[in-house]
Ligand binder design. Structure first.
Ligand SMILES: [Zn+2]
Length: 376
């Protein structure tokens, strides 16, 4: 007899019926107080050698149904190594077929980066002695909102991630970013830390991550629409981060995300803020170009349509920071699927690739260190 469970850190699924392994009927639960859903993460026990057919019945009505086209789920038996498994989508249901070689197997939308891993990351960073760990405030569930500070140079640079908790590749990205900054022999990290102070919020939404949400915090707020009017009642995560940014200033901010549908890494910028200057926009163009030169995993051809000046969304971190501090503020999007321009079918876009991209983002930041400034 198999059993499906998701009552664990960042787990999410509803079981309709699991009595027959060749037709396990599942539904993705929505984000508590909001209607978003797409993130799934569950364990199947008692499945060694059993051909499983897992049917996610409500996939077609999820937040981003285009995300299922050309998509394959990931599975792991050791929760370290996640492989893509056979997955089909008929416009309504997502069907995963897999025969595990162990008693328990975990399935997920993307390799999970649970809250426990985040705690390990900040502990590791402070243990290595390179970073300072600061608690910006409390989340609605009473969790710690953590910031790591690296270096003591004059340029205030920020990297934030995981406003949308289901975008777990952002956890892996931050894992790679922090490890690189913690490496005392890394020349890029050393030069960056001499010329800049990097403030890193690896997990903007710990409540959403733990609860297994796709897009919102404990109260159902989409944090990346809260930047104009954050409140302690609905979005303390953003409220506390902005207060800290006001104190430190911001010369550049990278906000790290994942996109369900597009099979590319790309950056969405701030073309839509009111009256962007040429000098301001030049930073955006150059950063994207430098990154594309540094890694074939990044590209500048595919992405979101660019809004006209004054037509952009100023409730996002990027829109708010670029228009408030008049500095470069960018949204990095990674795929859930794979990079169509540089594919690796066995793993698709993966934890390791996300970690390496973070290193290239740091390299591009260093190449442009003289460009980062506010008031553009
Ligand atoms: Zn996002």
């Amino acid at each position: 007899m198999i059993h499906v469970s998701s009552q664990f850190d960042s787990g999410n699924i509803e079981v309709v019926a699991a009595d027959s392994p060749d037709a396990v009927r599942l539904r993705i639960a929505k984000d508590g107080a909001a209607d978003f859903f797409q993130w799934f993460h569950f364990r199947v026990s008692g499945a060694r050698g059993v051909p499983l057919t897992l049917i996610i019945e409500n996939a077609g009505s999820s937040s981003y149904p285009k995300g299922w086209e050309g998509y394959r789920a990931v599975a792991s038996t050791d929760r370290q190594d996640w492989r893509r498994v056979e997955t089909g989508y008929d416009g309504t249901a997502l069907t995963i077929r897999h025969t595990p070689d162990a008693d328990a197997v975990w399935f997920a939308y993307f390799a999970p980066y649970s809250l426990d891993r985040h705690d390990d990351l900040v502990a590791r960073a402070q243990a290595r002695g390179t970073a300072r760990l600061e608690r910006l405030g409390a989340t609605l569930d009473g969790r710690d909102l953590d910031m790591l500070t690296f270096g003591s140079g004059p340029k205030p640079l920020w990297v934030i991630a995981r406003q949308h908790p289901g975008e777990s590749m952002c956890g892996w990205f931050m894992d790679g970013l922090v490890d690189r900054l913690c490496d005392p022999y890394d020349p890029v990290a050393r030069a960056l830390m001499a010329q800049a102070t990097l403030r890193v919020v690896p997990n903007m939404n710990p409540d959403g991550v733990f609860r297994g949400h796709l897009r919102t915090n404990a109260k159902g707020a989409n944090l990346n629409r809260e930047w104009r009017e954050p409140s302690l009642e609905n979005s303390p995560e953003v409220f506390h981060t902005i207060r800290r940014m006001e104190a430190t200033g911001v010369a550049m901010c990278l906000d790290v995300h994942g996109d369900e549908a597009l099979p590319y890494n790309f950056i969405a910028g701030y073309e839509g803020i009111p009256d962007p200057s040429e000098a301001h926009l030049a930073r955006l163009t150059r950063y994207k170009d430098e990154l594309a030169r540094l890694t074939p995993d990044f590209q500048t051809e595919h992405g979101y349509p660019k809004p006209a000046p004054g037509k952009g969304n100023l409730t996002t971190s990027t829109g708010y920071i670029a228009s408030t501090f008049r500095c470069a503020a960018m949204t990095l999007e990674m795929p859930f699927k794979d990079t169509a321009n540089n594919p690796m079918p066995e793993v698709g876009w993966s934890p390791d690739r996300s970690r390496r991209l973070a290193g290239h983002c740091l390299e591009a930041m260093l190449l442009m260190i003289d460009d980062w400034e506010a008031g553009l």
